[in-house]
Ligand binder design. Structure first.
Ligand SMILES: [Zn+2]
Length: 697
């Protein structure tokens, strides 16, 4: 539809428009073109070039200008839009009622404005509002005729959608039949959102990566792409869900009255819930004051990362249907509903340069330095590119405009470059052949994606290893973060791990910024680390392939660390989750004289190197031999506390649902883990209460 040159031009125009603080009459035409282009990329290609906030800024600017200059409103303006191109793969169908989009709000003032307008329109002093999550997926519309699912469609342009009934039927959460005739409904149109749960999405992406395919950018793209796949068998493998949140149309049996359950939005959703639909009912709240709505918006935004699915905001609706009808709609938005959008988590920026950082195992990681940009309330200027393959797959160049995403606690990553925006001045990312720190020739093992510096005394690696040893999950030596470690290393105060336990404190005292108090704290933290359990020491040593869980497995397998010196390779293989790769890595580590020397020095320094099970052979805690997994949000315990209880009682924490799992403890908002566990009859599914009862027994 657009040539490459046109796309480039329109994007550049859009960026220029976004930089303006106010708009003039001569911007109207360009705004229309840029918005049409953005719509095409978003709705037709499922591949947006602008973020939601950027798009809204442009759309609102155009709306405002058209309000001022009504003569300039043309039939082809995106604000007046009826039809756009629809992918030709599916038959297009007309929605019974147009699927309007919602007006967006971004802060408390916007919501108060909306509340004021609602009251003006309705003539009421108080309105009951309903609030529910705004699911970040792909909109769908379902028609049930005489209780049967008759048709499923995408939103399309809001007037016409694509008929995707065979794919809709692959969504297991959508009932094929629902009993609407009981309340005298012959035909009903229901709206909702097809979504992919976060954990399903992660599994799906890791599968793609292992097959050498590019991971999908986010669950929303995955959901909308899946809905429009031609092969419905493929669709069924993608494990979509659908949340239904609106009844847009219904036809009653002749001579029957409107049932009570359809008189408020809340009761309508309850009705769907009772008919076996997945709905937001458990998350829905009713409020009579906008301040309560605002408070709920803020509280909900704070916990969005703990939900099992992606949410990009909340939707606030007038609860009474009669009032909704009275308030009506503009040509694009219902007046009785509004979206409250959370802070954006994607932004476009420019890739300025790439730095190469040497990690503790010598791996050389490319890190993109980008023009600083705020995403979800945090400034992002540095983004890891993981390895050379990622750079090649995403075809990144210095100077590229890139789309950056940061979701919750997840580290920011570059979703993609926008090659259509290239000007020709971009340059390829050149990987170094030698270590950027010590100059050693880099090596890349055949089966690995990363380049490594194999010089064991490479300064960057030593500093990283020391920092890892001191880190919170390892020996937890507070005050020994990377900056102090680097300072001590550069000055020769600490050269290796045993060096931490024979620091010349007089030298530290002479340094700027180290008073008696901070020295005292450091000394105490180092002293306290000597008593840490063995698994923390094993994890802290930074053996390749050994994470926290593996370190625990290893610690449980011996009486003390030196036992590993005499372990042959085959001793490792029967341990849980130990494959040949891990076994070889641990075996090699303990075979190396340098590593044994380090361990001997640590024993001499007085560190605990004995396993906790020592002296109690055949230790059997209450949970011994049992595996546990927690899912969803617990209300009485933190996840980490609950896991600590299990381990204290001799149980183990599993990483996924499998036939080896004994107990799944389910909190609120449990996702696909619960679904999976239900299919395995060997797993006991417990509530948090039941778990606590079990513990107390
Ligand atoms: Zn090096």
């Amino acid at each position: 539809m657009y040539s490459e040159a046109q796309e480039k031009g329109l994007y550049a125009d859009g960026i220029q428009l976004l930089q303006k603080s106010h708009f003039e009459i001569e911007d109207i035409q360009l705004l229309k073109e840029v918005i049409n282009f953005a719509d095409y990329r978003y709705y037709i290609l499922s591949n947006s070039v602008f973020t939601d906030v950027e798009y809204d800024t442009l759309f609102k600017a155009l709306q405002k200008l058209e309000e001022h200059y009504p003569n300039y409103v043309t039939a082809d303006s995106p604000t007046q839009r009826v039809a756009q191109g629809i992918s030709e793969k599916f038959q297009t169908v007309k929605h019974l009622v147009p699927m309007l989009s919602l007006d967006n709000t971004y802060n408390a003032d916007d919501l108060k404005d909306w509340d004021r307008r609602c009251k003006e329109l309705s003539g009421l002093d108080e309105i009951e509002y309903c609030i529910e999550p705004k699911y970040d997926g792909a909109s769908i519309s379902l028609i049930y005729d005489h209780n049967q699912l008759q048709r499923g469609a995408t939103r399309g342009d809001g007037i016409m959608g694509e008929e995707i009934t065979p794919n809709i039927k692959q969504i297991r959460s959508i009932p094929l039949r629902a009993n609407f005739s009981e309340i005298n409904i012959e035909q009903i149109e229901i709206r909702g959102e097809a979504i992919i749960h976060k954990d399903v999405f992660e599994q799906f992406n890791s599968q793609r990566i292992s097959e050498g395919l590019q991971p999908l950018a986010n669950p929303r793209n995955a959901a909308s792409g899946t809905l429009r796949m031609l092969d419905s068998n493929e669709v069924s493998k993608r494990r979509l869900s659908a949340v239904l949140y609106h009844v847009s149309y219904y036809a009653l049996k002749m001579g029957k009255d409107l049932p009570e359950s359809l008189q408020t939005h809340y009761d309508t959703i309850l009705l769907l819930h009772q008919n076996g639909f997945l709905t937001p009912i458990n998350e829905m709240k009713k409020f009579r004051h906008i301040d309560e709505v605002i408070q709920f918006c803020h509280d909900f935004e704070a916990r969005r990362d703990h939900l099992p699915y992606e949410v990009d905001g909340l939707v606030i609706k007038v609860n009474a249907i009669a009032l909704q009808e009275k308030m009506g709609m503009t040509s694009h938005h219902p007046r009785w509903a509004v979206a409250f959008k959370f802070k954006a988590r994607q932004a476009t920026s420019q890739l300025l340069r790439v730095e190469f950082q040497v990690g503790r195992t010598g791996s050389v990681t490319p890190v993109a330095k980008i023009n600083p940009v705020a995403i979800g309330g945090v400034m992002v200027s540095s983004v890891s590119l993981f390895n050379e393959d990622v750079v090649r797959e995403k075809d990144l160049h210095i100077g590229d405009i890139v789309l950056v995403e940061r979701a919750g606690d997840v580290i920011p990553y570059i979703v993609k470059a926008l090659p259509e925006m290239r000007t020709g001045s971009e340059s390829p990312i050149v990987f170094p052949t030698h270590c950027p720190d010590c100059g050693e020739l880099l090596e890349k093992p055949e089966d690995e994606a990363v380049w490594r510096c194999i010089n064991i005394s490479c300064p960057s690696q030593v500093v990283e290893r020391l920092t890892h040893f001191c880190s919170k999950d390892a020996m937890d030596i507070r005050g020994m973060g990377i900056s102090n470690v680097k300072k001590f290393y550069d000055l020769g105060i600490v050269k290796d791990i045993p060096g931490l336990y024979r620091i010349d404190w007089n030298r530290v005292g002479a340094l700027e910024g180290f008073g008696d108090k901070s020295i005292n704290n450091l000394q105490q933290a180092i002293e306290a680390s000597k008593a840490q359990p063995l698994h923390r020491l094993i994890f802290g040593l930074g053996i390749r392939q050994v994470g926290e869980t593996m370190a625990k497995t290893l610690a449980q397998a011996v009486s003390e660390i030196s036992d590993f010196y005499s372990w042959p390779l085959e001793n490792y293989l029967p341990l849980d989750d130990v494959g040949p790769k891990v076994a070889a890595s641990v075996f090699d580590f303990f075979a190396l004289v340098e590593n044994r020397t380090i361990i001997q020095s640590l024993i001499e320094a007085g560190l605990n190197t004995k396993s906790q099970k020592q002296g109690s052979e055949g230790f059997s805690g209450t949970f011994s031999g049992k595996t546990f997994l927690f899912t969803g949000t617990l209300s009485q315990l933190k996840r980490s506390e609950a896991e600590a209880i299990v381990e204290k009682l001799g149980g183990k924490i599993a990483t996924s649902v499998s036939s080896k799992l004994n107990y799944l403890i389910v909190g609120t908002d449990a996702g696909s883990k619960l679904e999976k566990a239900k299919k395995l009859t060997t797993i006991s599914i417990l509530s948090e209460e039941q778990f606590l009862t079990l513990v107390n027994q």
